[in-house]
Design a protein around this ligand. Sequence first.
Ligand code: ATP
Length: 366
Amino acid sequence: MGEIDIDTLRKVFPGAEGEIVAIDDLDITIEDGEFLVLVGPSGCGKSTTLRCIAGLETPSSGTISLDGVDITDRQPKNRNMAMVFQSYALYPHMTARENMSFGLKMTTDLSKGEIDTRVSEAAEMMGIERLLDQKPGEMSGGQQQRVALGRAIVRDPEVFLMDEPLSNLDAKLRTTMRTELQSLQSEFGVTTVYVTHDQTEAMTMGDRIAVLNDGELQQIGTPLECYHEPANQFVAGFIGSPSMNFFETSLSRTGAGARLDHEVFDYLLDQEGTDAVADVSDSVTLGIRPEDIELADGDEPNAFSADVTVTEPLGDVTFVYFEIGGQQVTASIDGDILLSEGSTLDIVFPQNRIHLFDGRTGGALK
Ligand code: ATP
């Protein structure tokens, strides 16, 4: 078992210019065996949340429970959680084998034979058998991180806590380790809380992701829920790469339906869009993902022309940057279509692909 219940968790740090609210009344339940990714920009409170779960930080208020038992005041060593850090945090003077067995020697009464067996099994799992007698200084970053993960595994914890464990690795190794970590986690079924600021890691690794901003939970859901149905403009802009494009518009109502007026284009909403903005009085932000922008085919409603400033052919797709009302807008277009910089194209935002946000609150309308 390993269900974690975070209830109205708050953490305030003293700062030179007043208090810093690192976590603001956070409520999250992480299910037993779940892989939850905490994601958000730098300073949003991800690490502080993880450190509170680990017991390395004392909450200002609120509680953390493990399997229904309040562990808010329990010592880190008595929580049965293993943490993996970005910096590996291996003891430099110890071999991989010693690093992996040290915690077990100190905190359990397992015999030497039992510890050796656990270390060998974890080393096999992580593919580091040949490194067991080497010290961290003789290993690459990727090898050190495997040892750090092996050290977490030997403890057979109820919960894995990982704070950006892959961010010191090069891009290729990150991708390999990402998939390895995922299969390891699903094989073990150990509840895992994983902190990253990398939305690709969040999208690909988590059963669910919790998006934080300024210490507040913005949305918790499966990666695809957060991608397709973002709760607000912040989540819409944070999840997805390249990011969603946003246009500030003013709303007017016509006999034919609601219309969004932008300095470059007017967008007549269909019935679904009109219903979505029913309770908004004036400003609406229209959002469209780069992959959803289409080249207009003839005289389509809502199409307008835009100037291509830069093209980036990537093979399967081309990123096309448009200049629309002084704003750079990114589109991702089929790589077989040839486009030249400086040309003017007719583009359209399909009705069933647009997102609408309340211009005042940022809350999602559609
Ligand atoms: P990053 O991705 O940069 O690590 P984060 O999302 O993990 O950021 P936290 O490290 O949790 O963010 O920090 C949240 C806020 O709390 C920040 O404003 C940070 O400056 C502040 N903070 C964190 N630890 C302390 C501390 N020990 N003392 C004072 N302020 C702190």
